[in-house]
Ligand binder design. Structure first.
Ligand SMILES: C[S@@+](CC[C@H](N)C(=O)[O-])C[C@H]1O[C@@H](n2cnc3c(N)ncnc32)[C@H](O)[C@@H]1O
Length: 366
């Protein structure tokens, strides 16, 4: 006799799609297998999904800056609600205390709003909620102290109300509620805007693996003018940088830097040379950049890291961008690289950041 299985339960989920990909929001949610129920704040959507595994594997997943199951929602205008902090904190304690989150972080649903009301409210709510949970979790004032794979109680708050859920920072795609790590970019010694991208990428990588040790040797492709180079050097890494264009003169004398002014295609390291990591921010034809990284990954140590920005400018359709990403991954995997993740960082523009590691054992799998 044929048995009919009940439909999997539909769950409310909060997703953040960067404004860079706002025009694709319907296609992204469709690819996730979800439906939009409401737009919240500037970049957030409440959606309904049933198959979480399919959602995470879908072509839409790389567009999600951040995401959270909505285990508890209080749709209200907090500014008009008497005793909001106390009522919200008590509700969160009732709902989540027994589940033992590793940490509690609460942020603003719309970080672009200029007045500080919600920033202060988020901080006050976190402070009061922590008082109602075991004292050891209050110790997590530094977001990077969270374990990537252990559930945290995240909350987002805005004029639409409070949305909370329990999920690991890795599954949420960021240590911060909402996923944004702010990186100051206007110091007088900043070489280029791209420095913030590698700073954020290295922060993001902690969701998946330990940081590279000081003294690790990076091969950097497309380094000019050197914003990323300066960030690597500031972390006591050794860098071999290549570009057709020169580096900023401020970097020239750095003892841990070797620079070659040439096209990456002409760079032929010795067969025994081994790097700890490759960083590529090359512009131009994206698949040519992929082929160069794939070729040079033979010079990575086993477990060696690749951080690659896949430029999508000039690819205007959703399917075209997804196809570019799939083709890039296939070439990397063919070269023996294992895919860790792809994300769109706060400091990415029309590009994704891909993280891979060298398998060292021949053909790899996604
Ligand atoms: C977006 S910029 C890199 C910015 C850099 N990451 C920074 O932090 O300042 C891209 C660079 O890639 C270089 N590039 C692109 N294709 C290249 C190739 N085949 N060989 C060498 N350099 C290349 C360009 O000359 C350009 O300087």
């Amino acid at each position: 006799m044929e048995s009919t299985l009940p439909d999997p339960p539909v769950r409310p989920w909060l997703i953040r799609i960067s404004e860079t990909f706002d025009e694709f929001s319907q296609e992204i949610v469709h690819a996730l297998g979800g439906v939009i129920t409401k737009k919240l704040g500037h970049e957030y959507y409440l959606i309904q999904v049933s198959d979480l595994g399919a959602m995470r594997r879908s072509a839409g997943a790389k567009y999600l800056r951040w995401n959270l199951p909505v285990d508890h929602a209080w749709p209200c205008n907090p500014e008009k609600m008497v005793g909001f902090v106390e009522k919200a904190a008590q509700a969160m304690a009732r709902k989540f205390k027994s589940q033992g989150p590793q940490a509690i972080f609460i942020g603003q649903l719309d970080p672009s709003v200029t007045h500080r009301y919600y920033k202060t409210l988020a901080s006050n709510l976190r402070g009061r909620t922590l008082q109602l949970f075991p004292s050891e979790i209050a110790g997590f004032s530094e977001v990077e102290a969270q374990a990537g794979s252990v559930p945290t109680l995240f909350g987002l708050i805005g004029k639409e109300g409070l949305f909370c859920g329990l999920q690991s920072p890795r599954d949420s795609n960021g240590f911060y509620p909402g996923g944004t790590k702010y990186i100051a970019q206007n110091q007088p010694d900043t070489v280029s805007r791209a420095g913030a991208k590698i700073a954020e990428a290295l922060h993001h990588l902690l969701l998946h693996r330990k940081p590279l040790k000081k003294g690790s040797h990076w091969l950097e492709l497309g380094a000019s003018p050197g914003g990323m180079t300066s960030e690597l050097l500031a972390r006591d890494y050794k860098v071999t940088a290549l570009d057709r264009a020169p580096l900023d003169p401020r970097l020239a004398q750095h003892p841990n830097l070797t620079f070659a002014l040439l096209g990456v295609g002409a760079f032929k390291p010795s067969a025994v040379m081994r790097y700890d990591a490759i960083l590529s921010d090359m512009n131009g034809e994206p698949l040519e950049a992929v082929r160069q990284v794939a070729r040079l990954s033979a010079n990575l140590k086993p477990g060696g890291l690749v951080i690659f920005t896949l430029k999508t400018a000039g690819f205007s359709a959703f399917d075209e961008i997804n196809h570019l990403h799939e083709t890039a991954l296939a070439l990397f995997i063919e070269a023996g690289l294992r895919w860790i993740t792809t994300t769109h960082l706060t400091y990415n523009r029309a590009e994704f950041t891909l993280f891979l590691e060298f398998d060292g054992s021949g053909k790899s799998t996604a």
